[in-house]
Design a protein around this ligand. Sequence first.
Ligand code: GLN
Length: 596
Amino acid sequence: MPTTQTLLEEAGHKTQDSEFFNTVPPGYQRGKHKYVAVLGTVMSGLGKGIFSSSLAKLLKDKALAIAPIKMEGYLNIDSGTLNPYRHGEVFVLDDGLETDMDLGTYERLLDQDLTRDNYTTSGQVFQRVLDKERHGGYLGRDVQMIPHVTGEVKRQLRELAMKQNADVVFIEVGGTVGDYENGFYIEALRQLAFEEGENSVAFVALTYVIEPPALGEQKSKAAQLGLKKLMEAGIQPHMIAVRCQNPVTLSACEKIAMFSNVPMRRVFSMHDRESIYTIPDAMRRAGLDREILTMLNLHSRVDQSHEDDARAQWQGYVKKLKAKPTHEVKIGITGKYASLRDAYASIDKALEHCAAHLGAQINTDWIDTTKLEPEDVPDAVKGFDAIIVPGGFGHRGTESKIATVRYCRERGTPYLGICLGFQMAVIEFARHVCGLEHAASTEFDKDTDQPVISILPEQKKIEGLGGNMRLGGQDVALEPGSLAAFLYGNQTLVRQRFRHRFEVDPSYIDTLTAHGLIFSGRHPKQPIMQVLELPTSVHPYFIGSQFHPELTSRPLRPSPLFMGLVSAAIRHAQPGLAADVPAMRWLHHAKDAVTA
Ligand code: GLN
């Protein structure tokens, strides 16, 4: 009886006649790379990404190399053209890929930069298959969902494992089992498990137990049906995470275990918790990490001392997070998508990171500038300890944003302008300090005679939506001695992530700086302005960045620009604060305050 391995190897030589379409890249070592597939049942939006990244974090803490991948069912090639109102924010990776906000969850929890290899959509998979077909890559065969499309998925997973030298690839399939869009991913994973053999692929299913208020008890039928659907697809789950508002009762867990052949020790109650940051520890206490190690035969790759250190650090963070806050601040965020929190998920997270480190309770409030006349702005923003004008596109609400910046600049309210918020600050300063009354951005006013913000010169030539943005990680040279350099711990070169088309028109730089605006962060070689600030002698905290600092804020490495803002907000709320509280230490010593 030939083993799967030999069948596959043979298939590699005669792809033409075997049913085993070979998708094993050259040099691939079977057994070296393991896979955890996380699939959703019942409904989407249950926190699959949070579960998956928490489990991945537990393994990473043990010094295992992790490569997560989000496999989206939709046909879009990337997330760049998705409406944040429908789909949450667009998260930009260092290599410039515009992805789903879930990739942000992985980056934050794993404290790891991801690449375009860690994300795919059905559109990308089909595009690759069709390209290959046009280039004669299928040797005259009819191209089919199985084996060719599923084969493409397996090839991609194995290549990811090799490229990122992963001990474990974490595969999160978007949507739920039973959707049309993701069916071929699920079939590909079933095949992958068959081909890789025992102890190579662990299937984890997320499900949902309903607690109808009228009944006052937990009902597991939908969960059972969802899991049954998974088993109908030929996949036996190894572990089940049960989402529920309250801790899942023993009886509900037993029913789920019984109907899905999963031992009770691998059925985990993932009920709502005060903070998602406590989930990794809860999973560890339930023994899920050890279960995965056993299922995938990975115990020998664990580095215990690495795990002890990582855990101590994480627990330190969780402890700060749970501690009773010593300050309370109110931060206003202007935004068109104010009614949907997910549209600004990373900003929310960046503030959350700072809150823990600085012992602050941050109450955020959204200011919908599209519904506000500029003259009504002072009343709307006067109660805040700090204001953020975040990124955005289009002209709606911009005049009220400019009025918001003016209020902050003139009244000494701590201000952080991000991307569009940076540009708004330049326009406001140009109009009201430099006397350039018509100052505008050509994004909103094509014919202005004072285009202080205009389209990037090198981008003017490139046409087409999505194709002409300056995207991804870029170096930012910081001016020694500036507030920005100080916040970044006196570094002179930092790397940050961008997503914009417009920038400060270089011909206005001299006028703006002559009137007191400082461009403290610039592109190292080109005249692209990337950070602006006002001297601390003039304003307690006024800073703007053409990049998005929220995208690289991590629980243990919060973004310096946000740390500065929250510290300044605390000082705004409690002017007489002693010098030794973290917020004051942060403002005066910057970098060492986080670790202290
Ligand atoms: N709309 C502005 C630009 O394209 C700002 C973009 C943003 O805030 N991300 O430059």
